[in-house]
Design a protein around this ligand. Structure first.
Ligand SMILES: Cc1cc2nc3c(=O)[nH]c(=O)nc-3n(C[C@H](O)[C@H](O)[C@H](O)COP(=O)(O)OP(=O)(O)OC[C@H]3O[C@@H](n4cnc5c(N)ncnc54)[C@H](O)[C@@H]3O)c2cc1C
Length: 269
């Protein structure tokens, strides 16, 4: 939609261009959400796509995904064969309600910054022990686990004037096997629950189960074995579950338990 209140569109090129943002300024990345509804308090858009951040940087430590990397570029990237978790990128993209047309424009950072339960890039990065690189408004840089970055529906660790610069996924998580299940009211509908399990390399004991979409924030459970992981999922408090038109909280809680059992079984097979 046209945003009639916008007076100015500023292409950002340096960090200096991102300082001193006013309450009436909004950062725009892909704009797929920003232009989908009125923004009555915004008069200036600061365009992040002109920052020139490299989309994907692979090094010995793992993968750095620029906040401005589109979902399409993430899922079509060329990754080391040892990264057994790489298929999870596409699985999470398909867990979005968004189609491939949106993937071309929507960014990984925009999805995470919205902090929606159905933000499958949040599910992905939480499941792979992702760290958010935050450029604070005071000029400092801070790291924050993605599971701590999203704290409630639409609420994140970002303060006014902060920018999400990138997400770093550690090589240890990228080389581990994963399994994902998603459920929604409609076959291609908005995710009602997503559960992702991550095993350990070389058959070592232990696993990580990440519960999202059904819950108000991503919940990451590290457990020594499958029964302990499933008990921890069952023990997630009812108030942690989200209730809206895309799923009642009781239903989300029930299906999360089933999906957790399935992903744990898949890892063990
Ligand atoms: C048909 C359709 C289906 C969709 N389905 C889903 C879905 O299933 N789940 C879901 O979560 N979303 C969904 N969306 C919403 C949205 O498209 C995605 O979340 C998308 O990934 C947002 O990315 P963007 O780059 O377009 O963000 P933008 O619209 O550019 O920005 C979104 C918000 O994040 C802020 N922002 C963006 N980048 C940064 C940054 N680096 N630092 C700080 N703040 C930033 C912006 O200021 C804005 O408030 C859907 C949208 C459409 C149109």
């Amino acid at each position: 939609m046209d945003l009639h209140m916008i007076d100015d569109w500023v292409p950002a090129r340096t960090r200096q261009d991102l300082t001193g943002l006013a309450a009436s300024d909004a950062l725009v990345a892909g704009g797929t959400w920003l232009f989908s509804q009125p923004q009555p308090t915004t008069t200036r858009l600061i365009d992040l796509s002109t920052m020139g951040w490299p989309d994907l940087t692979i090094d010995d430590d793992g993968l750095e995904i620029a906040a401005t990397c589109t979902i399409e570029k993430l899922i079509t990237g060329d990754y080391p064969a040892a990264w057994r978790a790489a298929p999870l990128f596409g699985q999470c993209a398909r867990a979005l309600l968004a189609s491939s047309k949106i993937w071309r424009t929507a960014t990984v950072g925009g999805n995470i910054c919205l902090g929606f339960p159905a933000g499958a890039m949040i599910s992905l990065c939480a499941a792979l022990a992702g760290q958010a690189v935050i450029w604070r408004a005071d000029g400092s840089e801070e790291y924050c686990g993605i599971s701590d970055f999203v704290t409630d529906v639409g609420v994140t660790a970002l303060q006014p004037g902060d920018v999400l610069r990138a997400i770093r996924l550690p090589v240890a998580a990228l080389t581990e096997p994963t399994a994902l299940r998603k459920v929604a009211y409609a076959p291609l509908g908005r995710s009602g629950a997503i559960v992702i399990a991550r095993g350990r390399s070389d058959g070592a004991a232990g696993l990580t189960v990440t519960v999202s979409a059904g819950t108000r924030r991503p919940i990451v459970i590290d457990a020594p074995d499958a029964p302990t992981a499933l008990s921890a999922v069952a023990a997630i408090a009812p108030h942690e579950y989200h209730d809206d038109a895309h799923g009642k909280a009781d239903w989300r809680r029930a299906v999360t338990g089933h999906l957790a059992a399935e992903v744990v079984a898949e890892l063990a097979s």
